[in-house]
Design a protein around this ligand. Sequence first.
Ligand SMILES: [Zn+2]
Length: 269
Amino acid sequence: MATPPPTEKKRSARSPADEDQVAKKARSDDPDKGPAFSDIMGTDMLDIYVGMGTEKKLFRVHEKILRDKVPYFDKMLSNGFQESIDKKIELPEDHVNSFDILLLWVYTSNIQPFSWILNSANGSDMKWDVFKVYELADKLCLEELMDEVTSTYIDASEKQDILPSITSIGEDCSKLSAHMGLKKYMVLCLDYYLNGMSRESNYYGSGIEEFVDLLSVNRELFLEHMQLVHQRPTGQLAPDPRKMPRCTFHQHDAGVECPLKKGSSQRTS
Ligand SMILES: [Zn+2]
């Protein structure tokens, strides 16, 4: 019987732990090599159940990357909470599609591409619900994801020449909080409708009654609109918010470097 070469013998004698140590040493000796897949992901898995009833869906995710990327879950899974013992989290009030987009971001640092879907009634629908994902990101204190969603939404709106409908401004603004950049965008869209567009524009075709209805039932929106009107020099038109720098609507402070490191197509400054 042939004797295996000495190197083969040595390799087979290593335990998995030895292999791990060797791999780590090799990485530390070579700073150009990034972290290994197992360093990023870990090996522990979590079962996350999102939604209720027939909508309920299981997401099986790597605990380490989720905790590293989302401090909300890191807290939930620390200090002997039941979730950390069971390796199971229930999120009945969250939406499956929004959570799916969140997890894509957790794993890849990217979000699903967004665009408007034009329908036959001359209206448009969102490819995915920007506002639900934005609210989820806010709940989880993920400002970078909020900013990513905002930029993606406004980029598509500019590219496809679409403004939120008056109904959307009314409904979505009431769900958004004052600290949210996306709310600022919606308020500026309303200002642009009323004080920045020519009367001949198609956008204005919905008729003044729709704006009156909106502002008469939404006192907060009315006050914010009046504030913008008073701040603007006499005779100056309201700007198109889609042409403003995206950082105007981000959560980070003004003057701080934008955390979004995207291509030059994004108006981040
Ligand atoms: Zn920014």
